[in-house]
Design a protein around this ligand. Structure first.
Ligand SMILES: Cc1ncc(COP(=O)(O)O)c(C=O)c1O
Length: 507
């Protein structure tokens, strides 16, 4: 058990107060003695922890000082506490493993089994089993080893020092204006997004943005079109908000609204990744974009455009955001800093159509609260001063090279038929397989060889999904890409050759 009090027992008065508040027939001194002794024995009070003075304890507990002194004297006499004249009372350094000593807690009933709501159970079922997290090849992780932390720390320190006192309070204005302005400039210029800074709502990551959209615009049971295959994070979010995700097939032009499965009502939301479909990597064609906008108008639905990693394009010209293609107010643009900077930053943003600006700002401040104003201010300067675009350029080059390394290490497998996605953009490649058993075997072997292989079939809402592997390379150092890539190529070759041999063997 973690010691509750490490060096100073500052909270002891309050903790004892709680302990003594229950009914008991024992005299007060005895109850005080018992509580203190069990906390020393169980390790809740660490060796050397200084007790508050008896006067202070008596005052905080609202009891006579003699009761406290009697309990302490008894514990000193028994060796649990030590007093040094003029120095106070400390917990003794006891010669046994106090964490193994029976604690008062161990006599209590075992904690009740978690009884989750039906929604909680469903959410857990969408979390997937943890297959471990190895350096190669988790999807969606940026090059954390290349993050400019010195510069970032300098900015953070400067903005922390300058933080106005008001920023320490609850805020409800949509985020730091300097950051919203910087984001707005960036989005207008590089993504052709139409926006004013006031339309930008800063949230704690894209996921929180999806959550807000789901709660503000969807009611339980409302249909939401999602891409099939698609991003599991958003699926879990919609599902947990009580919406009914409808899988709409993706082909080489992106989500195809002409192939919505029959039997679902009009969608309330349509979630898409048009710049770089996740995970297949296709860019949505112009006819599809127009068809999607038309479908949204017809159904009175909102399009949620997730532009999570469009900064990373290799050779291809940047593709303008869907949001900028239309005068319609039906597109909510969602961006994240998780891919360009780092996921632990937990900053993302929504560009809201005008009618949604006020309702979303107020609801977000109520539901999630606004966070990290000094960090937002540092990020605003990071973008406005050009560090952001420099970092994007460096990462683009880094990811281009890392992808080339991955391709090189997989070349022997590709020569024998392993199909890889084009990889014109983004942070991962997809290896298409044609056999679900092959996918399962490779994923399992990867888990025991320190290689995270994400099964493509998991990205489908409806079974059976197409088998394959999603191979994130951006966050994997070069030498590890080579090691894990070669390992994968060898495994794939040996499995495929084994299959061929068994097919050609005489019956
Ligand atoms: C398709 C997609 N959208 C959005 C995100 C970003 O989410 P967040 O900003 O919550 O980290 C991810 C991260 O993995 C993603 O893969």
């Amino acid at each position: 058990m973690e010691p509750v009090v490490a060096a100073r027992a500052d909270w002891l008065g309050e903790a004892l107060g709680l302990e003594l508040s229950g009914a008991s027939s024992l005299p007060l001194t005895r109850r005080l003695y018992r509580a203190l002794r069990s906390w020393v024995q169980s390790g809740r009070l660490a060796s050397g922890a200084r007790l508050p003075s008896s006067r202070r304890l008596a005052r905080e507990l609202g009891v006579g000082r003699n009761s406290v002194l009697d309990a302490i004297d008894q514990l000193v006499a028994e060796g649990f506490l030590e007093t040094r004249p003029g120095a106070g009372t400390d917990v003794a350094d006891l010669p046994f493993d106090r964490t193994a000593a029976p604690s008062e807690d161990s006599s209590r009933d075992p904690p009740p089994a978690a009884s989750l709501s039906a929604r909680g159970e469903r959410l857990l079922s969408l979390c997937g089993a943890s297959a471990g997290h190895h350096e190669a090849f988790p999807p969606g992780v940026p090059a954390l080893d290349r993050f400019p932390d010195e510069l970032w720390l300098r900015l953070l320190r400067r903005h922390q020092r300058r933080t106005p006192v008001a920023w320490l309070d609850y805020r409800a204005e949509g985020g730091v204006m300097a950051l919203r302005e910087a984001l707005c400039d960036y989005l207008r210029l590089s993504r052709s997004v139409r926006c004013r800074p006031e339309q930008v709502l800063v949230v704690q990551g894209a996921q929180q943005g999806f959550e807000l959209v789901a709660r503000m615009l969807g009611d339980p049971g409302d249909a939401v079109w999602i891409e099939e295959p698609g991003y599991g994070g958003v699926r879990a979010c919609f599902d947990a908000s009580g919406l009914a995700p409808v899988p709409v097939p993706v082909d080489d032009e992106g989500m195809n609204p002409a192939r919505v499965p029959a039997g679902h009502g009009a969608p309330r939301l349509i979630y898409v990744t048009p710049s770089h479909q996740y995970p297949c990597g296709v860019t949505m064609s112009l006819p599809r974009r127009l068809a999607l906008l038309e479908a949204a108008e017809r159904h009175g639905a909102w399009i949620v455009e997730d532009d999570y990693d469009s900064e990373f394009r290799y050779g291809q010209r940047p593709i303008a955001a869907l949001q900028g293609l239309t005068e319609s107010v039906r597109v909510i643009y969602v961006g994240t800093l998780s891919k360009v900077l780092y996921p632990g930053l937990r900053l993302g943003y929504l560009v809201l159509p005008e009618p949604l600006v006020e309702p979303f700002r107020r609801a977000n401040a109520r539901l999630h609260r606004e966070a990290q104003y000094p960090v937002q201010a540092a990020l605003g300067e990071f973008i406005a001063a050009g560090h952001f675009s420099r970092h994007v350029r460096r990462m683009r080059e880094c990811y281009r090279q890392r992808q080339a390394l991955l391709r090189r290490s997989l070349a022997p497998a590709v020569a024998r038929g392993l199909a890889l996605s084009e990889g014109q953009a983004g942070m991962h490649l997809v290896a298409w397989l044609d056999d679900p058993a092959l996918e399962a075997t490779l994923v399992a072997r990867g888990a025991t060889s320190g290689v995270t292989l994400s099964p493509l079939s998991d990205y489908y809402l409806e079974a059976p999904g197409h088998p394959g592997l999603v191979l994130g390379y951006a966050g994997t150092r070069d030498e590890e890409i080579l090691r894990a890539g070669r390992w994968l190529a060898e495994e794939w070759l040996s499995l495929v050759e084994g299959q061929e041999a068994s097919l050609s063997a005489p019956p």
